[in-house]
Ligand binder design. Structure first.
Ligand code: NAD
Length: 273
């Protein structure tokens, strides 16, 4: 089964389905990433703050899969914003991963009160020149943060990784991304498992003969989102990968999109976190 690749505006591409490893310790991350790579995933999402870059990198290196066939994302943690700290933090991530380059490096949160994300982004752009970062993006940026970043630096991040699931589908941000050529990547795409018993989702899953998790992931794909579900259970890792042999019709997509609720956010608010 081949996972579709989406085009980033810098000319690189990203597998639309990836594998996330938040809240997984180093040893478990090594095992889970190894299982994911064997299953067929070629896109792994980690971060400094997950404290599992070492296990993740080990699984990538020991997989026997050529490095250029695996897309690796990691993220700059909040305390590392600002030019010098950011460049040092990147080096440290690269060492922990044991890799020569990162496919996608993200500023994890904007931290607007600290007012450092513009300088941080400008500094990280230098890493693109020598190829140690292939693509540069952001995470948890709201429209005003993106507007300011673009106006000040004249550069557009390739992707914004944001909380996005059926009860928090981020229509305003997705519209802004589409207008500026920024890909939308969904974190907690399954709502951390909390939406799996929603009656409308259960009913659509019965209609198409798939699990609710598969239906939600398929909805993301059909919206054009990059999606990075997490599981450490091999059967679920396989289930979440088996989403390319069916389609939702427009009505089913619209029904899921309509589940959005104003207080649907599960994670922190990026304006204040
Ligand atoms: P998720 O929405 O992927 O849900 C994961 C949980 O759902 C699992 O722990 C499991 O309990 C359940 N689950 C997974 N597959 C299932 C299946 N097939 N059937 C039933 N239950 C299933 O949540 P997540 O881990 O929060 O998000 C995914 C990834 O997004 C993370 O691992 C991380 O890489 C990334 N993330 C990024 C940020 C950020 O700030 N950028 C924040 C949170 C997560």
């Amino acid at each position: 089964m081949t996972v579709p690749e989406l085009q980033l505006h810098d000319g690189n591409s990203i597998p639309q389905l990836g594998f996330g490893v938040w809240q997984v310790d180093d040893d478990a991350a090594r095992d889970a990433v190894s299982t994911a790579l064997t299953t067929g995933y070629r896109h792994i999402d980690t971060a400094k703050i997950y404290e599992n870059e070492a296990g993740t990198g080990q699984a990538v290196r020991e997989s026997g899969i050529p490095r250029d066939q695996i897309f690796v994302t990691t993220k700059l943690w909040n305390e590392d914003q600002g030019r010098d700290r950011a460049l040092r933090a990147f080096e440290d991530s690269l060492v922990r991963l044991g890799l020569d380059y990162i496919d996608l490096y993200l500023i994890h949160w904007p931290k607007p009160a600290e007012n450092l994300y513009v300088d941080t982004f400008a500094a990280l752009r230098e890493l693109l020149a020598d190829g140690r970062v292939k693509s540069l993006g952001v995470s948890n940026f709201q429209v005003p943060h993106l507007e300011r970043l673009i106006e000040t630096t004249g550069e557009v991040p390739v992707l914004n990784q944001i909380e996005l699931h059926p009860q928090f589908s981020q229509p305003e941000l997705r519209k802004f991304h589409a207008k500026h050529g920024i890909l939308t990547e969904a974190w907690s795409p399954l709502g951390q498992g909390k939406v799996l018993s929603h009656p409308e989702l259960v009913s659509i899953a019965q209609e198409v003969g798939k699990s609710v998790a598969q239906v939600i992931l398929r909805w993301h794909l059909q919206l054009g989102n990059v999606v990075i579900p997490k599981s450490v259970t091999p059967s679920r890792i396989a289930e979440n990968f088996a989403i390319f042999d069916f389609e939702l019709n427009d009505e089913q997509v619209d029904t899921i999109t309509a589940l959005d609720v104003p207080d649907g956010r599960i994670g922190p608010d990026p304006d204040t976190f």
